[in-house]
Structures are given as C-alpha cells and as structure tokens.
Ligand binder design. Structure first.
Ligand SMILES: [Zn+2]
Length: 435
C-alpha cells in the first residue's frame, strides 16, 4: 500500500506533512516527501488528502471477553460490582462464549485503531483461536488466583500457559505472545508468587499483574506482609525479575516508584476504569519524571465502558492536569507515546509502535476533514484534545487492512454480534433460574 501526500506522526511524535509512506508485506519500507520512483510495486494507492496517519494503538491492559458485560453492572462499589455482577456472570461463560466475545472485542479494538493488546483472562485456546482469526496481535496471559496452598506448578494455568507458549511464542509471525499473569497480591499467596516468578525466569516468559489499584489493597498488603507495599512485596518475591506490565499502579509511594524504575516495570495506566470504579488516579506525572515507562490500558469494557483509545488518551492528558493543578503535565506527545510506543515496548515488540522504515506496518488513518478538527494550528494537539475515536477510518496490522470505513474485511461482524447476544441471553437465563 502507498499512502500518498498524507500528514503523519513520525517516530519523534512530530507532525510531518505531505509524506509518502509505502508498506510491503508486514513492514513500512518507504517514507519520503516525494513519490517513490517505483510506486507501482506498493500496490494500492491511498489518497492522503485531509487524512492523518499515526502509529497503531497498543493497549497495555485488557480483559477482552468481558465485553460481554458492557453496561451490566453500574454505579456499584468495587466489592458489590465483583460479587453480585461480575463473578456470577463470568462463572457461566463457556469456551465458545469466550471465543465469540474475544472476536467481538477484536472488532471494537480494530475499529478504534488498536493493533495489539496485553490481555489477561482465561480459556486460552478459545482466545488464541479468536485472535488468530481477527488479525489482532496479543500478549495473552491466563490470570491466576489461588485461595488454597497450591504453588504455581500445581495450577492448571501453569500447564496451559507453557503449552500455549510452546505453540505460539516465536510463531505465526509473532502475532501472539503468551505471558504469565498473577491476578494480584490480594488474590494469591507468597509461595504461589515465588513459584510463578521462578517459572517465568525458567521459560523466559513475560509477566502481567494488577498492582496497587485501590488504597484498601495497599493497606491489606502491608498488614499481610510486614509493612511491604504490593510493589515492594512483588519485587521481593522476584516477580519483577522478568519483564513486567503492572496494571493500574494508582497508590504508589516514592519508594514504590523507585522500585518500578529499578526493575524497568511498565505501568499500564487505566484512567477511565480507575475513575469509574473510584479507585483513584495513577501518579503518571511522578512516574514519568522518575523515568518509568507508562503505557495506556483500557482495562475491561465492564469498567470502561468501551475500547476507545483516543478517548483514553484524552482522559489521561486531562486527568493529571486536573488532579495535580499543573496544566503543563502530560503533553499530547507524551499521551500518544503512552498509547503507542510504550505499549509496544511493554509487549517486547521492538519493531513496533512508531512510524519508521523497517518497523511493522501497524498504522491508523484518521479523517481530519471534520468540524471538530478545524482549524489546525497543531494536528497533535487536535488529535489528543479534539479528535473522536470514530474519526478513525482505517486500521492496518502487520501490513494488512483489518478495518476500513465501517467494515472488517476479514471478519463477519453480524454473526459475531448474534453469537455474543445469544451467549449473553443464555447466561442471564441461567442466572435468573438460580434465584
Ligand atoms: Zn484489569
């Protein structure tokens, strides 16, 4: 594909006008201000008039099958939300429900320009089938909770994760990377955490974990573990000895921030989910100042309630200004880097996350010929403060167009929505019959 005379955001997160960008196979192979001499070799020509090309979004924290619960539990405390809504519903989800819900989530992610997601859930076979079919890239892990005395090697997640890692890591052009995941400190015990850390190191697997989402979690952890915060405890257990994505990180001390930096942990900040569940606000300004990599996650649709990364970027930028009283905090370039490059780095995808020759062709096109995008003093400012996720008209993953102008050329959206609706109806009937 050859994007012609298009405005794009380069790998320094600066706006460049009148560019020609060519992709071949899964790569970006040409960027210049002139039409390449052998333009025909790129195949399809794409007119860049009134369009903005930007790197595809990397979602650093999701639970994609939970899209099935959109709008199901609202205005509840975290405890009531989990125990009266989320857990009973999830307990009735079957592998085929997970498969269709993963596909439905992929439709939404691709529509909003997400090319890859770091996802924590269960039933990995159904999920990997759906990811392969959708074309969406994923770093997938099987969330592990344990309320008895088993170690990680006794858990079904251990066997399944190793089996899936064998089948996927380094295969299928790297589309799926299997990671390990500890659900959280408060849903596991020390022997489990330590054995999971050992397994991760033995098999060179990455780690995904929820950390310090609520003040209650931090206080409870300190009581359970001799005054250690969740960050200090997990570091002491060796969990961060493997490349780790830590979701939320809302309640952090300066010592926690220093540890996250020391272990090169990526913080997956989830501003909308944290607002909705009233968990607090991640100290992104302090983290960035300390040199910690901050990426952006949507978390699940059950607590968001969409997968719109453009909206997530705006919340991220505005929230930290409002909370700290410092309007200089989080520039548009920092918000975009969090939504793209930092997420790719967190996934260990070193040839992804920015528009540069040699990188994977993970690209998003936005239509800027819109009332809310005029005039243009600085397109990056408009992208973060004015744009709407629905302005995205094309999403390319590894050189393949996966969404364009309301259509998913490789997916049957109507069938996927019928199947998820059938799953939702059946689960609600089962829940009603229980009462
Ligand atoms: Zn989560």
């Amino acid at each position: 594909m050859l994007f012609q005379d298009i405005t794009y955001i380069n790998d320094s997160f600066q706006v460049v006008e009148h560019a020609f960008i060519g992709t071949e196979g899964d790569r970006i192979t040409y960027i210049g201000t002139q039409m390449p001499e052998d333009a025909a070799r790129y195949g399809r020509a794409y007119c860049g008039k009134d369009k903005l090309l930007l790197p595809g979004f990397y979602n650093a924290h999701s639970h994609i099958p939970m899209g099935l619960l959109r709008g199901y539990g609202e205005n509840l405390s975290l405890h009531d939300w989990l125990h009266t809504r989320i857990f009973p519903f999830e307990a009735r989800m079957r592998p085929e429900d997970i498969y269709w819900a993963t596909l439905a989530g992929a439709l939404e992610m691709l529509r909003y320009g997400i090319v890859s997601t770091t996802d924590m859930y269960s039933m990995g076979d159904a999920m990997t089938d759906a990811f392969l079919e959708s074309g969406l890239k994923a770093n997938l892990s099987l969330g592990t909770t344990c309320f008895d005395d088993r170690t990680y090697r006794d858990m079904p997640q251990y066997r399944d994760s190793l089996r899936l890692a064998e089948a996927f890591n380094g295969k299928h052009n790297g589309q799926i990377t299997i990671e390990l995941s500890l659900h959280a400190e408060y849903t596991t015990h020390e022997a489990l955490v330590r054995t999971m850390a050992e397994v991760a190191k033995e098999h060179a697997l990455r780690m995904h974990v929820h950390v310090s989402e609520t003040a209650e979690e931090v206080a409870g952890c300190k009581e359970r573990h001799n005054g250690l915060s969740p960050v200090a405890y997990l570091a002491a257990c060796g969990l961060f000895d493997t490349p780790t994505t830590a979701a939320h990180c809302v309640h952090l001390s300066d010592a926690d921030i220093a540890l996250l930096k020391q272990y090169d942990v990526t913080v997956a900040s989830c501003p909308k989910s944290n607002l909705k569940l009233a968990s607090g606000v991640c100290p992104a300004g302090r983290l960035l100042q300390a040199g910690v990599r901050v990426a952006l996650g949507t978390d699940s649709v059950a607590s968001n309630n969409n997968l719109n990364m453009t909206e997530e970027m705006r919340f991220f930028a505005l929230l930290h200004k409002g909370m700290t009283g410092d309007p200089t905090l989080i520039t548009p370039a920092q918000a975009l880097a969090a939504a793209t490059l930092h997420g790719a780095q967190a996934q260990g995808r070193t040839d992804c996350g920015s528009v540069a020759v040699g990188n994977r062709a993970d690209l998003v096109v936005m239509d800027t010929h819109k009332a809310h995008m005029q005039p243009v003093h600085n397109l990056l400012n408009n992208l973060v403060y004015s744009a709407d996720g629905a302005d995205i008209i094309l999403t390319m993953v590894d050189g393949e167009v996966r969404y364009e102008d309301g259509c998913w050329p490789h997916m049957d959206a109507e069938t996927i929505w019928q199947k998820t609706e059938a799953a939702r109806t059946r689960i609600l009937q089962e829940l009603a019959a229980r009462q």
